[in-house]
Design a protein around this ligand. Structure first.
Ligand SMILES: Cc1cc2nc3c(=O)[nH]c(=O)nc-3n(C[C@H](O)[C@H](O)[C@H](O)COP(=O)(O)OP(=O)(O)OC[C@H]3O[C@@H](n4cnc5c(N)ncnc54)[C@H](O)[C@@H]3O)c2cc1C
Length: 290
């Protein structure tokens, strides 16, 4: 059967790469994401202290191409749609069932799951082998704190010596258009180590915030003033530990597929690039099997 109508679950870089390639080749795509904006782990966080890039820092070089793809897909993109299950719709087609009492969508000739591996394994239960492969992939969590001070901190990122619980600290750009808002001179993103994050998954966000801000002061070698704004965010699935050997997963018989950073890319690609390559590779497989 020709996959003329394809649903893509997840509007991170992998899902968007896959959907835009399919759309460019004449396939009717519908993209669903549970978030308030596309981008997944590359999306930025809007706060009263401006926008923070609290996920992948390595995304900056790809942001323009991503925004262009999202613009081209805009009419086909449904946000705040959390997919609960992929169900048979008869006639070898599929429909999506949603949380929050939304009416199901479909029928689709094919469904692509472009979420982190843990939810993908659950959604792809109708494709036993794909689901089993994804169940073998583990992601590590990351607690992250975004923080802003009214006065400049006068700190150079390279002068901050990170040690557990901090994995990395990064200053947000100060240039115009970087998401900065007036009144906040110094804005920082603090990331905890995977080990510390995994051991503090259920700790209240306010407590995590205090702990990581204290650690930031220690890493900077001085007592820091209280930030004018701070918030903590937990990425339960931040980075994949060991990707699968293939570039993507595709069951031609069922027309169910998976892509994202759980899959392998070319040598030297970082996680973001690997996810994009995986999305494109899956689009090629869908097209080749129609
Ligand atoms: C804190 C942090 C730091 C990182 N640092 C780096 C770095 O320095 N370099 C690097 O290369 N990579 C980094 N990464 C990893 C990188 O962000 C990811 O590998 C990449 O963004 C994965 O893209 P994706 O499209 O595969 O998945 P995602 O970006 O996770 O996209 C999946 C999408 O699926 C949606 N979704 C999930 N479940 C459902 C559902 N049931 N229904 C509907 N939608 C759903 C989500 O909302 C999300 O938008 C970092 C990640 C984090 C969190």
């Amino acid at each position: 059967m020709t996959a003329r109508r394809v649903a893509v679950v997840g509007a991170g870089v992998a899902g968007v790469a896959c959907a835009s390639h399919l759309q460019a080749c004449g396939v009717e795509v519908s993209v669903f994401d549970q978030g308030e904006r596309p981008g997944g782990r590359c999306a930025s966080l809007s706060t009263p202290a401006g926008q923070f890039h609290h996920g992948a820092a390595g995304f900056a070089g790809h942001a323009e191409a991503f925004d262009e793809q999202v613009r081209a897909l805009a009419a086909r993109l449904s946000l705040r749609h959390e997919v609960a299950a992929i169900e048979p719709a008869g006639d070898e087609r599929w429909r999506l069932r949603f949380h929050a009492g939304r009416a199901p969508e479909g029928p689709f000739d094919a469904v692509i799951v472009a979420t982190p591996p843990e939810p993908a394994a659950v959604l792809l239960q109708p494709a036993g082998e794909l689901s089993a492969a994804l169940r073998g992939v583990r992601s590590e969590p990351c607690w992250c704190v975004v923080s802003a001070w009214a006065a400049p901190l006068g700190l150079k990122p390279e002068a901050v010596v990170c040690d557990a619980p901090l994995r990395q600290v990064r200053e947000e750009e100060r240039s115009p258009g970087s998401g900065r808002v007036a009144g906040y001179a110094s804005r920082w993103v603090l990331q905890a180590t995977p080990y510390w994050s995994a051991n503090n998954l259920d700790v209240p966000a306010a407590q995590v915030m205090r702990h990581l801000l204290d650690a930031f002061g220690k890493a900077a070698g001085r007592r820091l003033a209280r930030p004018a704004y701070a918030a903590a965010h937990l990425w339960r699935q931040a980075r994949v530990l060991q990707p699968l050997a293939d570039a993507c997963g595709w069951s031609p018989g069922l027309r169910l597929g998976a892509c994202g950073d759980a899959w392998s890319g070319a040598a030297g690609e970082n996680d973001v690039e690997r996810a994009v390559s995986s999305g494109r590779a899956l689009a090629e497989r869908v097209l080749a099997s129609t």
